[in-house]
Design a protein around this ligand. Structure first.
Ligand code: HAM
Length: 416
């Protein structure tokens, strides 16, 4: 029996990587004063049909539940966020700065960087229409990636403005009901053969290709660049009007993050969705909003391919894994005394391990080393004295058992 295609088993090493990613996400989101929330993994299919756009609806894991409700595993968080905010808006002071870490499901063709489940960090700001919020959000996205050890040489945030394109279409009298389809064609233009895009764009193909080549401009984008420059983050971004985003609800500034090498799929993506909350609440609540999500799959690949980011991860994992004290039981008669001591150590917050059954002393010291314990304490013939071994230097000392905890607490190599 194997896991389903596109679903991962998380063996301990994979879990360690996942925890490391979540820890960095949480740490930087908190540094930017975002607070954590979450929604359900199962939602009414209608929620996504209403607003996410055709591409995501095609990829839903959906079914009828036993109560004959049409339900779907969440493919993204934004519609849930809009639903929750519309329902609880009065309970919170605006703007809301919320983040969430959770698992999402999309029935996509499995390929490099794309699975059928993945984890996302979502960061959203609700209730602020000004460009300061867009700048803050992009800065947060950059800071999160910097926390993994990446520099401006490793990734770039490509930023665009959907209004730039909707203004363009309006000026050319393109009816609004065609905008979505044309925006999707522009969004896909970098990934599709030129002829295919040209066919979709019709008579607009030439002017659109020319803008994509020369680059577009808008005063909003200029302000964004200035804001990031003031924070010393301008080298991490580039204006790229070819970014439009596949999801249907975006309204203004949109962005995607890519590796500089251009080998991987997008690491993160997001933007403004000022109308979504009003649309989902049938106009009951109207609030500007913006946010982004970063996935764990592509991010994990980039960490793996970037030597210093990988070293940072390996160091953090080794540190997280290691125990503080290994208790060697050299004489089985001392097992009860050792267990009482182990309980006391653990109550004081130390990470402690010992052999569950009798084992040769040499083997126990070997285990102590493998587990990264800075000290091993030996319960044996020396009782009521305990032999304490510094595993790095090999230095040994005898300490009376009733002074053992105080002795270890004074050691700088033990953290707790
Ligand atoms: P998205 O661009 O669909 O945006 O997804 C965000 C990120 O999730 C992607 O850049 C990618 O890293 C990761 N991701 C998406 N699908 C998969 C997959 N099948 N396998 C692995 N990773 C994947 C959204 O989901 C928006 N709701 C983001 C947002 C939040 N907009 C505003 N607030």
């Amino acid at each position: 029996m194997q896991a389903l295609p596109g679903f991962r088993d998380f063996l301990p090493d994979d879990c360690a990587v996942r925890n490391y990613i979540f820890a960095r996400w949480r740490e930087v989101a908190r540094r930017h004063a975002f607070i954590e929330w979450d929604g359900p993994v199962l939602e009414s299919t209608e929620l996504y049909k209403k607003k996410s756009g055709a591409e995501i609806v095609d990829q839903l894991f959906n079914f009828s539940d036993k109560g004959e409700r049409e339900v779907a595993m969440r493919p993204e968080l934004t519609p849930t966020l809009a639903r929750v905010v519309a329902a609880h808006e009065r309970e919170f002071k605006k703007p809301l700065k919320w983040f969430s870490i959770g698992q999402f499901f999309r029935y996509e063709k499995q390929q490099r960087g794309r699975l059928r489940e993945h984890f996302q960090l979502n960061c959203d700001i609700i209730g602020e229409a000004g460009i300061a919020a867009d700048i803050e959000l992009v800065a947060l996205c950059i800071d999160i990636l910097r926390a993994f050890g990446f520099t401006e040489k490793d990734f770039v945030v490509r930023i665009s403005d959907r209004d730039f394109w909707t203004d363009f279409l309006r000026e050319r009298d393109v009816p609004a009901d065609r905008w979505d389809e044309l925006l999707q064609a522009i969004d896909k233009s970098g990934r599709e053969p030129r002829e295919k895009t040209a066919e979709k764009l019709g008579k607009l193909a030439d002017p659109i290709f020319s803008i994509l080549k020369t680059g577009g401009k808008s005063s909003k984008l200029d302000q964004l660049v200035d804001g990031l420059r003031e924070r010393g983050l301008a080298d991490y971004m580039a204006i790229d009007v070819g970014i439009v985003r596949g999801l249907a609800y975006y309204t203004g500034i949109v962005f995607e993050v890519f590796d500089r090498g251009g080998k991987l799929r997008a690491i993160a993506g997001g933007g403004r969705y000022d109308n979504l909350i009003a649309q989902l609440s049938d106009g009951a609540v109207s609030m500007p909003a913006l946010g982004f999500a970063m996935g764990d799959v592509v991010l994990g690949e980039l960490v793996n391919e970037t030597a210093y980011a990988r070293e940072k991860l390996e160091k953090a994992i080794a540190n997280e894994r290691k125990i503080d004290i290994y208790v060697v039981i050299a004489k089985e008669q001392r097992r009860a005394d050792a267990l009482a001591q182990i309980q006391q150590f653990r109550d004081h917050g130390y990470r402690v391990d010992y052999p569950l059954t009798g084992e040769k002393v040499g083997k126990q010291f070997q285990t102590a080393e493998q587990l990264g314990a800075p000290v091993a304490v030996l319960f044996g013939d020396e009782w009521p004295q305990i032999k304490v071994k510094n595993m790095a230097t090999g230095h040994q000392e005898l300490v009376p058992h009733d002074r053992l905890l105080a002795y270890l607490q004074a050691l700088s190599s033990l953290s707790s």
